[in-house]
Design a protein around this ligand. Structure first.
Ligand code: ATP
Ligand code: MG
Length: 288
């Protein structure tokens, strides 16, 4: 698909790619695509922020270019680096047979392309995923803001490289820190909430078609009750899918207290969270 004709079309296409978007999210994506605006997605861990960018690339037939942010990330890792090893080899080869100019060593063929340069070059044929932007520091955010505004990169030795058309940009954040207003202003914003029970059951069945619908329903019910506890790391949708898959794989027909106790490691990954859940297992599995 090149471009979806509308929100409903996009919802259907995403579903075909294994992603279930509600109308709010699909509308945000549709507008981002149609108006060439970056889309900033925030939400709890495991609610499908990263996944939607991957699925979008797949269903739109675009290349996914992912920039994983982390503390201390800088332009060399995000944009480009000079390929020093190749430059050195070139110097050696030429020293034997002739002369070289320094200028010739700083041509485009000696540029090591990093995700942002790749995205500028690919333009509208790419989905650029800037994942976990909140982990990068302030300066990097400012630099990114500049890039998002005109989609061109100036390499002093080479010149300006501009995108023919902007890629679809999806930024994600877990809100470990507030992002700057300037960045937010450039983007469309959407908060992805945990899905309601019905939708989460649908997601489980979409991702794991082999899982029994009744089992999926009880697992989702239990996860929703887990999310109400005071957990350090509440389970995301990924964990729900995992839990259903684990139980199904083990041939457990229902989520009994015993089955839940044995498989709780699929959903909770902190010792304290496991303890708290085990104290409340009766209640958590009560809908089963
Ligand atoms: N709406 C959805 N439709 C289909 N699958 C989903 C959906 N939401 C979540 N998932 C499933 O949950 C998994 C985790 O989602 P993802 O990695 O995108 O979460 P995230 O929000 O990026 O989490 P984190 O903040 O930890 O990076 C996906 O691989 C997918 O299997
Ligand atoms: Mg993610």
């Amino acid at each position: 698909m090149d471009r979806p004709s509308g929100v409903a079309d996009l919802v259907a296409t995403l579903r075909g790619g294994g992603y279930l978007a509600d109308r709010g999210l699909a509308t945000a994506v549709f507008v981002a695509l149609s108006l060439d605006r970056p889309l900033l997605l925030e939400g709890e861990p495991g609610v499908g922020k990263t996944e939607i960018a991957k699925v979008l690339a797949a269903v739109l037939g675009r290349r996914l270019i992912r920039l994983q942010c982390y503390e201390g990330i800088d332009t060399a890792q995000a944009l480009y680096e000079w390929d020093h090893a190749r430059q050195l080899l070139q110097v050696r080869a030429l020293a034997e047979g002739g002369e070289t100019s320094v200028k010739a060593l700083f041509g485009p063929e000696f540029l090591l392309e990093r995700p942002l340069l790749a995205a500028v070059r690919a333009g509208g044929r790419a989905v650029l995923l800037v994942d976990e932007i909140d982990r990068a520091d302030d300066e990097f955010e400012a630099f990114l803001l500049e890039l998002l505004s005109d989609f061109q990169i100036t390499v002093p030795e080479v010149g300006t490289i501009a995108a023919a058309s902007p890629p679809l940009v999806v930024l994600t954040s877990n809100r470990t820190r507030e992002l700057h207003d300037a960045l937010k202003r450039r983007c469309l914003y959407h908060w992805i909430d945990y899905p309601d029970v019905e939708r989460e059951v649908e997601i489980v069945l979409l991702r794991q078609p082999g899982v029994d619908a009744a089992l999926a329903r009880t697992v989702v019910g239990a996860v929703h009750r887990l999310r109400e506890l005071d957990l350090a790391k509440p389970p995301g949708v990924a964990e729900t899918v995992d839990w259903a898959r684990t139980l199904s794989f083990l041939g457990e027909p229902a989520l009994t207290v015993d089955a839940a106790d044995l498989t709780l490691g699929s959903v909770l990954k902190e010792r304290e969270d496991l303890e708290l859940a085990r104290e409340n297992l009766d209640e958590i599995t009560s809908g089963a």
